[in-house]
Structures are given as C-alpha cells and as structure tokens.
Design a protein around this ligand. Structure first.
Ligand code: DGY
Length: 324
C-alpha cells in the first residue's frame, strides 16, 4: 500500500473540496482558520509534502527562509500569487500553481457591482437609509452618473479584464479602451469592439471609468499614483479588484477628499484587512471586503482546480496551472 502525500490546507475551504481532498491525501486542516505565522509556515515546510496557501499567507523570504524543505508544491488557492516570493520559492525547488479561469466571471461581476454602486451612489444611499436619514424622494437627491454608453478604461486585459469588457460592452453599451503590457490580438479586441492604447497616460484622460485587472506585486506597486490620478476626468471613477498595492491609497484618499476624481470602488486593500483610516473618511468610496471570487460555485471550483494540480503533480505530470 502506498502512503498518501501529506497536505496542509492553510485556511478552511468549502466542505465539498475538503472532503474530496481528504479521500486522496493525508490532509491537515487549519481548524482555527487563522493565518499561519512565518514560524508556523517554516515548520510546515519541514512537515508536509504539499501546502495549499492563499492570499492571506504572506510568503515572503521570512516564511520561506529554511535551508531545505520537505514540501515540493505550493498549490495556491487563488489566481494572484504575488504574496509568494518567487525567488525564495525557486531556491527551495518548490513548484507553485494557481487557479485561473474559474474565478474570472465572479471577479468581473464584483468589479461591475462596484462600478454601478459608485456611479449610482448606492453605497451612500444605503448608508443614508441605515442611518435613518432618508427624508424621501426628491428630484435632486443623490444624483449620480449614467453608466450606459460611457467609456471604460481597462488596465490589464487578461481573463478577468476581458470578462469585465464583455459585461460593460455587451450589457451596458460601453466603449472599451484597453492598456496592457503586451499587444492584444485583434480578434480578442474585436469581441468587445475594444481599442488598445499605448499607455496608462493615454487611457486615463479618455475614460469615465477605470478598472484595474493587472497583477499585484512589486512591479505594479502604486501603478496608480497621485500623478496618474490627476490625469483622470474630474468625475472619473476608479475600480480596483486586482490587488491593494496597485493603488497608492494615500493619493487616492486625497483625490477623493478634494473631489479631483468622482469616486472609487475597492475590493482589495494594501495590507488588508487593515484599512487606511484616510479612506474611511471618503463618502464617494465604496469598499468591499475582498469578495471577488466569493460565490459557492467559484470557491468550490477554485478548490477543485487546486486538487487537479495536486493530482497532476503527484502523478508525475506537469500541473496545468504551474506558475513557478
Ligand atoms: C485571487 O484569486 O487572486 C483572489 O484575489 C484571492 O486570492
């Protein structure tokens, strides 16, 4: 009888996936559902054949600082993997996989939710009712901006960016501008009647809404800074469902407080779950607690996608979603 590989899941997952994993692997669950400390993570690297981390595991050089690891694969639960230090993972010979595709629809749905909430001032309206301050309908009450037929600028045109374009163009008749590091194929752009522009500086002044769908990590830290916020239209709205560090939150809070942009919608935060106190003061800001992929269907699909990657890896096949 062969022994099952030992696997640590660093947070609780949907029950259906945990059960399936337990059938095939010797699984340890994190019953408390509290993120591991770097020290606990280093211990885990000496103990398990596989670790299944997620965005709340900060796997910088500290957590990965061991002379050698028993662990051979990190099966990340999530598409973004900028919380895993690539150099340190490579040094330990770790294979790293992620979960693309399965969360594109739901993450684009949340970006569209934020876009609509900001444009139509839904957050302010909801807060007003709950505060008992609504005095009734009037022609000048909470006037927002129309969404249909406006221009949406999308920064990062991967799977999620394209799903956002599909919703905005085919659902709301929006004109789509795209900025992406590499050139997007003409047939992909044609699906959304989209136009690719050269630079972020080209995109910002032309867009009524700007939605971020690029990766996080050091390369994109503060990609949206004070200078770029200044290029947005005075009533422009910024949506971030990518990673918190992509936006300079201090600069954003200033732009929102001084009304140099129209509003913003954030699903991700730099150093989350801590929220920059300056952001808390901004009425023209809608904030969600990192809900992009948070549907039953998607969270299960993400787990099963990790399972596929593990099965491939331990069967000696290249995992389909290997990123490191
Ligand atoms: C993702 O998949 O990257 C989500 O943001 C959770 O990590």
């Amino acid at each position: 009888m062969t022994t099952k590989p030992s696997v640590l899941i660093t947070r609780r997952w949907p029950e259906a996936v945990e059960s399936r994993l337990a059938e095939c692997y010797d699984v340890t669950l994190n019953e408390q559902d509290i993120p591991l400390t770097p020290e606990q993570f280093r211990k885990a690297l000496a103990t398990y054949d596989a670790i299944l981390p997620t965005v709340t595991d900060n796997l910088g050089p500290d957590a990965l600082n061991v002379p050698k690891a028993k662990t051979r694969i990190l099966g990340n639960y999530g598409v973004g993997f900028s919380h895993i230090n690539a150099e340190a993972a490579k040094t330990l010979g770790l294979t790293v996989t992620n979960t693309p595709d399965v969360l594109s629809d739901c993450t684009a749905d949340i970006a569209m939710t934020l876009l609509l909430m900001c444009a139509r001032r839904a957050g302010e309206g909801e807060r007003e009712i709950r505060a008992g301050e609504w005095t009734g309908w009037r022609p000048t009450h909470l006037i927002g901006n129309k969404v249909s037929n406006k221009t949406l600028g999308i920064i990062g045109f991967g799977r999620i960016g394209q799903e956002m374009a599909r919703r905005a163009h085919h659902g709301f008749g929006m004109k789509i501008l795209v900025q992406n590091r590499s050139k997007i194929a003409t047939n992909i752009l044609a699906k959304y009647d989209a136009e690719q522009v050269e630079s972020i500086e080209d995109l910002l002044p032309q867009s009524d809404f700007v939605s971020l769908h690029c990766p996080g990590g050091a390369a994109n830290r503060h990609l949206i800074n004070a200078a770029r916020l200044n290029l947005m239209k005075p009533n422009g709205i910024l949506i971030n469902t990518a990673r918190g560090e992509v936006v300079d939150e201090r600069a954003l809070a200033q732009a929102l407080s001084f009304d140099t942009i129209g509003g913003a919608g954030l699903d991700v935060f730099d150093g989350e779950p801590r929220i920059n106190p300056d952001l808390m003061q901004c009425d023209n800001l809608v904030m969600l607690p990192h809900l992009g992929s948070a549907t039953q269907e998607t969270r299960e699909a993400m787990g099963f996608r990790v399972l596929d990657n593990l099965d491939d890896f331990f069967a000696g096949r290249p995992p389909r979603d290997q990123v490191i």
